[in-house]
Design a protein around this ligand. Structure first.
Ligand SMILES: [Zn+2]
Length: 346
């Protein structure tokens, strides 16, 4: 019953169009693929900050407004050149690059649990523009719009911020849009090593990132069964008629290790990645992942709306969970968890 009331409240909070607006803006051609070091990624960051501000989410003490600014010095070219054909543009990264994470928070309602934070994170950067046009999906194009990867995830975090400001859960919630994920989780690693909230106060990270999707009947959660929140996550999916899948490749694509969740996980914070439905890493995924055809115009809007609302419901369940989240018994990260929170997992 309680869950039904929540889904109704989430549905009434925002129209489908309002939920999708950040996805369409961030993946528009004007933002030219949100590559680090370009003016367009700063436009993206400014937009996210303005969304946080308009929502009424608070600035994190110690941040520069809604930004965590830092400078990053790439050590070698191979660190930035992970895929052709952007070699030329990436050579400039050998100089120090100015980067920014965008973040905000909302205080929890419980007098004790409000000292603990749930992080809702997504990277907002992508891989820019190809040197020459590519022919994909029936047209010539050179902009890697990154609608699924990861304008959709950024839209989910923005929607969560709007919702939780109006309906705060028991724990506090920290919203972080990371930069530099595509060059090797740079923004999330910077946050993890320069956390503006002490790491031991961060008890969970529900990260969002996407390659693409090949089913609209499911959500994938990489690391779903590795934390104590599995049943809460499955229940949230069921409320929207969605199946909650683990990594369908069984670890072959290292989907758990490939996104920003790992930056906090390696310090002990339970941190899975929430992702669009994938039954396998097939051609449907390959043909969109880091391709110029990852555009918003042919995305399944009803599915993305469900994807965002499920994310909010799931985050609420975790933020309200009376028990502190933990890694599953015997998990690789369990001893890091014990160290971080000064607790025995036994
Ligand atoms: Zn991504």
């Amino acid at each position: 019953m309680a869950q039904q009331a929540d889904t109704l409240r989430i549905a009434r909070a925002e129209s489908a169009d309002a939920l999708l607006a950040p996805l369409f803006f961030l993946s528009s051609d004007a933002l030219r693929g949100r590559l680090i070091g370009t003016p367009e990624i700063d436009t993206a960051a400014g937009y996210i900050a303005s969304q946080f501000k308009r929502a009424g989410a608070k600035m994190v003490p110690g941040a520069d407004g809604y930004y965590q600014n830092f400078s990053y010095q790439f050590q070698r070219l191979s660190q930035v050149v992970r895929m052709e054909p952007q070699l030329f543009e990436r050579v400039s990264f050998i100089r120090p690059t100015r980067l920014k994470n965008v973040l905000a928070y909302v205080s929890g309602t419980d007098p004790v649990l409000c000292r603990q934070y749930i992080v809702l994170s997504a990277h907002y950067d992508h891989i820019g523009v190809a040197d020459s046009a590519l022919f994909e999906n029936g047209k010539r194009d050179s902009i890697f719009n990154g609608a699924r990867d990861n304008a959709a995830g950024t839209a989910a975090v923005i929607a969560a911020a709007r919702y939780f400001v109006r309906h705060p859960p028991r724990r506090s919630v920290l919203f972080i849009c990371y930069t530099g994920e595509e060059e090797g989780l740079i923004g999330s690693n910077y946050f993890a090593t320069h956390p503006l909230v002490p790491l031991e106060h961060i008890v969970y990270d529900l990260n969002v990132d996407n390659a693409s999707y090949n089913t609209t009947e499911a959500i994938c959660i990489f690391g779903r069964d590795r934390t104590s929140e599995d049943s809460i996550m499955q229940r949230a999916c069921r409320a929207y008629g969605l199946e909650a899948l683990e990594d369908p490749t069984g670890g072959a694509e290292s989907l758990f290790e490939r996104s920003d969740n790992v930056s906090l996980a390696k310090w002990g914070v339970p941190a899975p990645t929430y992702s669009m439905g994938m039954t396998d890493w097939d051609d449907g995924i390959t043909n969109r992942y880091h391709r110029v055809s990852d555009e918003a115009d042919d995305i399944d809007k009803d599915y993305v709306v469900k994807f965002i609302r499920t994310y909010i419901l799931m985050a609420q369940g975790i933020a309200d969970d009376p028990k502190q989240p933990r890694w599953a018994r015997g998990d690789f990260f369990e001893e890091f968890w014990e160290t971080l929170y000064h607790r025995s997992a036994k």
